[in-house]
Design a protein around this ligand. Sequence first.
Ligand code: PGA
Length: 253
Amino acid sequence: MRRPFVAGNWKMNTDSRSGVALAEAVAARTTGLAGQGVDVAVCPPFVYLKLVFDAVRNSRIAVGAQDVYFEPKGAFTGEISVAMLKDVGCTYVICGHSERRHVLGESDEIINKKVNAAISGGLLPILCVGELLEQRQGGLTEQVVTSQLKAGLANLSAEKLPAVTLAYEPVWAIGTGQTASPEQAQEVHSLIRRVLGGMYDGAAVEQMRILYGGSVKPSNAGSLMRQEDVDGLLVGGASLNADDFVEIIKAAA
Ligand code: PGA
């Protein structure tokens, strides 16, 4: 059995006061729930990581970063290392989010370096893959997702695979209100597991969690979670509202 995992990606939202209040509200309302078979993480902007970590320190909620740089230290102005994220309490880090790929121009090669650096330094990467609308319309979903997956996990040994969480986030569903149907999500999630099965040992792949992301709301969380290969949710907009995020966590638990 794969334990459900719900992560909130706050993106470039909140401030120190509202971020702490949001984290505290989620922590308070999920006491007990986290122990009942669901893992929860929140991913605030870099500058609020420590504040949020302190706010959820006594809860079961973990903290993740939205990005990381792959070099350990040095002259990389503006970048943040794996060790720095560990130092402020991070457990997870999102790698290759579609906004980093398509707005900030991050390549598969860079994303792969981040995944490998994260694991080597003791962080758990959440590797995001997903097709653009025109790629889906052109029948390229399988090809795009397969190639992002293979490139993102390049040079990753089998022993390191259990550190990875995958997230399927169709770009056309992110922030648009247009969620993938449960069947569309399941189709790609099972493809992801099949592709992984060709790269790694089958038993290890069975244990891997594949999250769905893209306009997840309290109203669709349950039907998505009922799909066989949907093991959790990566939530953007709805994770900024404590009521909505807690409802989604409950649907996944
Ligand atoms: P959304 O974002 O829930 O606002 O669509 C999801 C994500 O980008 O992780």
